[in-house]
Design a protein around this ligand. Structure first.
Ligand code: CAA
Ligand code: NAD
Length: 283
């Protein structure tokens, strides 16, 4: 079976990007969220991205319109009843994700692949919420999805080879590079990236330097495109904290303890760019 129709669950910064790249590759997309405002914001972001591509002469106005027409929206999970693939991109919380997967298990046909864009959570545990763990897989896109080439593909303990091959082929069709990784907390990407970001936050906490100075050191000294604190604001400080907690709980090692300043910012609602304030302020 070819993957032709995909439901993306969660229309936030990741879900909207995931919907965009699938529609641009010619797939039919159902963009689902529990909040209508999130869907509207997600669609507005996709439209803005496509308009920029038209202005740059990379996409014609007709192509832009047909990409947009391939995306329909939904606030009912039942709309997943006939899709070939679901990609879940809601909040980084294993209970929330497992509940969605258990519900999907009752809705979608037996052949449907259930993928999660989780940044760090166990694929095997999310798969265990369904009666088809062989059809569950991690498909971890990077932010911003339309730009970043990597898809980390994570097999759970029971993921079927055929499911892995289909997700690998789909990632290539999207113009991405899939990299296979095993199911451990944070996989490869966030096991390495997030402790660096957490350490940068400790450096602010301990007064080693101002956020802008820390970012400048990493940009100019290590050629990173964004400093770690700008990147943390871009990812979302709530997501960064969830990932650090998953690493800390999953490995039981204090080297992964989340910085108290990160916890404080999240408690204050300073979640970074998406709320207008994090280590920096945004208009
Ligand atoms: N959405 C869509 N397109 C975007 C975008 C966005 N949010 N931000 C930038 N772009 C596009 C721009 O339109 C531009 O496109 P063209 O080349 O077609 O003109 C291109 O990206 C470059 O943008 P800019 O020139 O404005 O800025 P830049 O050169 O600084 O690049 C960036 C922006 C690509 C985001 C770059 O700063 C970068 O690579 N940053 C690091 C991103 C990163 O590390 N991502 C991984 C985060 S971790 C993760 O995702 C995993 C997790 O689980 C947390
Ligand atoms: P976000 O906060 O921008 O969006 C999450 C969306 O999920 C919101 O629109 C919310 O309304 C919706 N949602 C919440 N509960 C829902 C439910 N039960 N059903 C349907 N929709 C629901 O978050 P994000 O940054 O897009 O992250 C989403 C997922 O992607 C997380 O698992 C995160 O770890 C992962 N991820 C994030 C990044 C990043 O840089 N932000 C990168 C890779 C992966």
């Amino acid at each position: 079976m070819n993957i032709q129709t995909v439901m993306v669950i969660g229309a936030g910064q990741m879900g909207s990007g995931i919907a965009q790249v699938h529609a641009m590759a010619g797939l039919n997309v159902i963009l689902h969220d529990i909040k209508k405002e999130s869907i509207e914001r997600g669609l507005a972001t996709i439209t803005k991205n496509l308009t920029r591509q038209v202005e740059k002469g990379r996409v014609s106005e007709e192509e832009k319109q047909s990409v947009l027409e391939r995306i329909i929206t939904s606030t009912e999970l039942l709309d997943a009843a006939s899709v070939d693939l679901v990609i879940e991109a809601v909040v980084e919380n294993v209970e929330v994700k497992s509940k969605i997967f258990a519900e999907l298990d009752q809705i979608v046909p037996p052949s449907t692949i259930l993928a999660t864009n989780t940044s760090s959570l166990p694929i095997t545990e999310i798969a265990a919420a369904t009666s088809r763990p062989e059809n569950v897989i991690g498909m971890h896109f990077m932010n911003p999805v339309p730009v970043m080439k990597l898809v980390e593909v994570i097999r759970g303990l029971a993921t079927a080879d055929e499911v892995y091959e289909k997700i690998k082929a789909l990632s290539l069709k999207l113009g991405k590079t899939p990299v296979e990784v095993n199911d451990f907390p944070g996989f490869v990407s966030n096991r390495i990236l997030m402790p660096m970001i957490n350490e940068a936050i400790f450096a602010v906490y301990e007064g080693v330097a101002e956020p802008a100075a820390i970012d400048e050191v990493m940009k100019l000294g290590m050629n990173h495109p964004m400093g770690p604190l700008t990147l943390a604001d871009f990812i979302g400080l709530d997501t960064c904290l969830y990932i650090m907690k998953t690493l800390h709980d999953g490995f039981g090692d204090d080297k992964y303890r989340p910085c108290p300043l990160l916890r404080k910012y999240v408690k204050a609602g300073w979640l970074g760019k998406k709320t207008g304030r994090g280590f920096y302020e945004y208009n």
